[in-house]
Design a protein. Sequence first.
Length: 129
Amino acid sequence: MRQRWITLTANGWHDVITGYIREGQIEQALEGIEQMQQARVSIQGWLYDMVVYALCDVEEPDEALRIMQDQVAAGNYNVSHSVWYCVFDNGCKLLHVSASNETRRNIYSRTHSMKPFTSYGGCGWINST
């Protein structure tokens, strides 16, 4: 049976993970990303964006934040402001203190000054300094 299995290219891996995300199978997508990392397959930034957005949709800010922090720490992924804002909104909407505070700190450190923005989670920026 194993002789019939095909080997996935980097693009093939991305397609499989994207399919998992599209079908709402987030756990399989995360397992696939882990397999890609173990196989040392280069993962495109847009795939991480999709996973983070999907995790926010299913109200999992902890996992979304962990993925973002791991990639930033590894220097592999320059997280866009819109992704940070999405996790921030999600954390605020869910009253998730650590996700809200971590994303707020990261956004602030990247911009050096927060400007007010529309938060769809009902949580706007209050500059307490």
